[in-house]
Design a protein around this ligand. Structure first.
Ligand SMILES: *[C@@H]1O[C@H](CO)[C@@H](O)[C@H](O)[C@H]1NC(C)=O
Ligand SMILES: *[C@@H]1O[C@H](CO)[C@@H](O)[C@H](O)[C@H]1NC(C)=O
Ligand SMILES: *[C@@H]1O[C@H](CO)[C@@H](O)[C@H](O)[C@H]1NC(C)=O
Ligand SMILES: *[C@@H]1O[C@H](CO)[C@@H](O)[C@H](O)[C@H]1NC(C)=O
Ligand SMILES: *[C@@H]1O[C@H](CO)[C@@H](O)[C@H](O)[C@H]1NC(C)=O
Ligand SMILES: *[C@@H]1O[C@H](CO)[C@@H](O)[C@H](O)[C@H]1NC(C)=O
Ligand SMILES: *[C@@H]1O[C@H](CO)[C@@H](O)[C@H](O)[C@H]1NC(C)=O
Ligand SMILES: *[C@@H]1O[C@H](CO)[C@@H](O)[C@H](O)[C@H]1NC(C)=O
Ligand SMILES: *[C@@H]1O[C@H](CO)[C@@H](O)[C@H](O)[C@H]1NC(C)=O
Ligand SMILES: *[C@@H]1O[C@H](CO)[C@@H](O)[C@H](O)[C@H]1NC(C)=O
Ligand SMILES: [Cu+2]
Length: 662
């Protein structure tokens, strides 16, 4: 019996004694404290409550002092499209082109968070390798209003790891140095040091922040962030974020070692959590996530997928959901019985608390909230697949009844691994993408095939390990040498996978990403193998237009085999590259920076499935003045000092870095 088998049987034993477990000792879970940053004083300018959570925290108000007193809030339950209006008829609303305009704000939202290690007991089993934000998993809910400046000081209280925080989906317009990617925009924050991130909320909606230091977010360093703003569908009340994730009982750094051996045994996940709560292997009556509602009211739900390995299908028995935004992009609302949430993706949906009577009504008014792991997009231990009934919707808040409801059995309810349907997603603020022919794209910097490449000469890693890559080179960053501190460079190391894109704010950048199935021979002369796996691909610094998405990569080779949508295509910041398929994406070169484009499965990102788009290097160099980079340079000096001492490392004898760094 190998060591891993031993661990597994211990876990199974613990599960068996779970009924007597004292859940009151459960620690490390977030109660969503409603912190209220900034002062709520000030009499001479407009301020209004943000549409908020269930215990609507009166302290959190949106304020726009710079707009003057002609302006007022116009967000009401009957008109959530409106945000601010002026007596002269000007508005900021759902139709405002947020790529170009946002409410002028004098408000800075200041937060301070600490990253520390902590044992997390999320599903009945301790994970001693946990790492958390401010002592809780998930971390505190960071809130701001559309147009605010967000300023978050992060302190690293870990003993043996650096850290960074990335603000997932935030465009970071003119602030690439605040993107939080070690080796690209900064050095890791050294233990006991701090770094202050300052950036403007030009978009609105819900997202998450997470560490970009190696596999750290999988250990718990993440939390939700909401920017209050208009919505395309109406609702009465907003609710706290619903964070769905898969979960593991070991540190991801430990599991990574399972990949770094000649015959990798792929890391497996153990359970599913909603807001940090779950039930491992039949520990069923533990405090399941629950949400209570009043009949006929409409609720805004903010759903975030922070998974490591799993795409979920989210549904509530006997209820349809009205989808109104994908990632940070408001869309024409549509109704559905279930939504497919890929890793890193977010949806704002409206739940109409009016059960659909299909003969399966729960007599007590309790309904299952389901998070179904999609077929072919999950990585759980065999025979240990978690129950899909992950939460309860209650019409009677004090009821403790177990729902008897059933999943919608209709044709339309499919559990295949895919994205929400391409043709359903119509952004409200339209983009017209300049048409082009696929055959006209230069393959060398526009076409990227996802595959695995064989061992290169790297002393750090084991023998015969295959590294995921976009193209021929797996990403491998030097923590101490971020791209932003090398803007004079004309030549980049292959390991940095730098893809230069020039132009101006009106230049479209097009990328074709493919995941060819099977062993495909040797495109571009590199020795690569291809595997049938779907990858959630995430771009920093931009929303992108999704011009095409398909299951058969061979369609690209046929003339006219792929039809591109240029007229208001779906738009988001994470897209699922289907198994054996392709995606074609486009964005405007309107944000100079160095932007990571990577698979959001941490094992794949750690293995190198990433590239960086270096957007308009000369303009970027001009923007990145000494003053702006002062914090970055200071952080690197501190990091270099810390990392130069082997006694600081987790394993002083082994190599310090054993993955791509992201
Ligand atoms: C995080 O914890 C620190 C220290 O207890 C506290 O000052 C800070 O307000 C907390 N941050 C948030 C966002 O809750
Ligand atoms: C976690 O932090 C505590 C306190 O700093 C330290 O004693 C412990 O060794 C750390 N554990 C790991 C695994 O780094
Ligand atoms: C980070 O910390 C973990 C322990 O929690 C350790 O296994 C890993 O080697 C560390 N990695 C780096 C690169 O600091
Ligand atoms: C971003 O910077 C460019 C030039 O550096 C400037 O023209 C533009 O106004 C800036 N945009 C914002 C939103 O600050
Ligand atoms: C999270 O994303 C992963 C990867 O795409 C996906 O497998 C999983 O279903 C998503 N979770 C939810 C709740 O959608
Ligand atoms: C969605 O369903 C609601 C009832 O819950 C209905 O009022 C609304 O018109 C529907 N919207 C669309 C776009 O079909
Ligand atoms: C719920 O949504 C499904 C589509 O997924 C639709 O067929 C059905 O009519 C909807 N039901 C109600 C009551 O809105
Ligand atoms: C709500 O549930 C509680 C506990 O089961 C029960 O005592 C109460 O009568 C219920 N209220 C209604 C209105 O059904
Ligand atoms: C990483 O970058 C630093 C700073 O430029 C340099 O001193 C060091 O030699 C680099 N390490 C490797 C392994 O290239
Ligand atoms: C591919 O592999 C073959 C045989 O192992 C080797 O001769 C060739 O040099 C490799 N090509 C590249 C581009 O690495
Ligand atoms: Cu991947």
């Amino acid at each position: 019996m190998g060591l891993l088998e031993v661990c597994k049987s211990v876990v199974v034993y613990l599960a068996a004694v779970l009924p007597t477990y004292d859940y009151s000792s459960q620690h490390g879970l977030s109660p969503w404290p409603h912190s209220a940053p900034g002062s709520s004083g000030g009499k001479h300018y407009p301020k209004f409550p943000a549409p908020n959570g269930p215990d609507s925290d009166d302290e959190f108000v949106c304020k726009y002092p710079a707009l003057g007193k002609d302006w007022s809030s116009c967000s009401t339950p009957d008109d959530r499209q409106c945000w601010l209006k002026s007596t002269d008829g000007s508005v900021y609303d759902i139709h405002t082109d947020y790529d170009a305009e946002w409410p002028v704000s004098g408000v800075t939202r200041e937060y301070y968070i600490e990253i520390e290690n902590k044992t997390i007991n999320a599903d009945g089993i301790d994970n001693t390798g946990g790492k958390v934000v401010n002592g809780s998993y998930p971390g505190p809910w960071i809130k701001a209003c559309w147009g605010d400046l967000i300023k978050v000081t992060v302190k690293n209280k870990l003993q043996h790891n650096g850290t960074t925080i990335h603000w997932h989906g935030f465009r970071q317009l003119n602030s690439t140095e605040m993107d939080g990617v070690n080796g690209v925009t900064q050095c890791p924050i050294a233990p006991q040091e701090t770094f202050t991130y300052t950036f403007r909320a030009t978009q609105y909606g819900t997202s998450w922040y997470h560490s970009h230091y190696s596999l750290q977010y999988a250990d718990g360093v993440l939390g939700p962030i909401t920017v209050f703003g208009p919505s395309s569908a109406n609702y009465d009340e907003g609710r706290d974020p619903i964070i769905v994730t898969d979960w593991n009982h070991r540190s991801a750094f430990q599991d990574w070692q399972r990949e770094l051996v000649p015959k990798p045994s792929f890391p497996k996940m153990n359970s599913v959590l909603i807001n940090g709560q779950g039930n491992f292997a039949g520990a069923f009556e533990r405090n399941k996530f629950s949400m209570s509602v009043k009949k006929a009211r409409k609720y805004l739900l903010r759903i975030i997928n922070t998974s490591v390995d799993t795409t979920y299908i989210f549904s509530i028995d006997n209820h349809n959901l009205t989808v109104m935004s994908t990632d940070f992009v408001p869309i024409e609302p549509y109704n559905t019985s279930h939504i497919v949430v890929g890793i890193g993706q977010r949806y704002h949906v409206v739940l109409d608390a009016t059960p659909i009577d299909n003969g399966a009504l729960s007599p007590e008014g309790n309904y299952w909230i389901r998070a179904i792991a999609a077929d072919g997009c999950k990585g759980f231990e065999e025979g240990n697949e978690p129950d899909e009934r992950q939460g309860v919707l209650r019409y009677n808040a004090t009821s403790t009844g177990v729902p008897t409801s059933f999943r919608d059995s209709g044709e339309a309810f499919r559990t295949k691994c895919r994205d929400e349907h391409f043709h359903k997603l119509h952004p409200i603020v339209k983009w017209d993408v300049t048409p082009f022919e696929l055959s006209s794209l230069p393959a060398e910097d526009s076409r990227w095939d996802v595959g695995k490449v064989e061992h290169k000469e790297r002393p750090e890693k084991g023998d015969k390990f295959y590294w995921w890559a976009l193209g021929a080179n797996p990403l491998w960053l030097n923590f101490s040498d971020p791209t932003l501190l090398n803007l004079d460079s004309a030549a980049w190391k292959d390991d940095y996978v730098v893809v230069s894109k020039e132009g101006n704010a009106n230049t479209w950048v097009y990328l074709v990403i493919t995941g060819p199935p099977g062993l495909m021979g040797v495109p571009n002369g590199a020795n690569r193998s291809f595997f049938p796996v779907a990858h959630p691909m995430h771009l920093h610094g931009h929303d992108f237009a999704l011009l095409a998405q398909g299951n058969n990569f061979h369609d690209l080779e046929k003339p006219g085999g792929v039809k591109l949508k240029f007229d208001n295509p779906p738009r988001r910041d994470v897209v699922l590259l289907p198994t054996g398929g392709y995606v074609v994406i486009a964005f405007k070169a309107d944000n100079p920076g160095s932007w990571l484009f990577h698979c959001h499965i941490p094992w794949h990102a750690s293995s190198g499935l990433a590239l960086q788009i270096l957007e308009r290097q000369e303009d970027l160099k001009a923007m990145m003045t000494e003053e702006r980079l002062a914090e970055t340079v200071r952080g690197c000096a501190k990091w270099d000092e810390w990392v130069s001492k082997p006694e600081n490392h987790y394993n002083p004898k082994g190599p310090f870095q054993d993955d791509s760094g992201i």
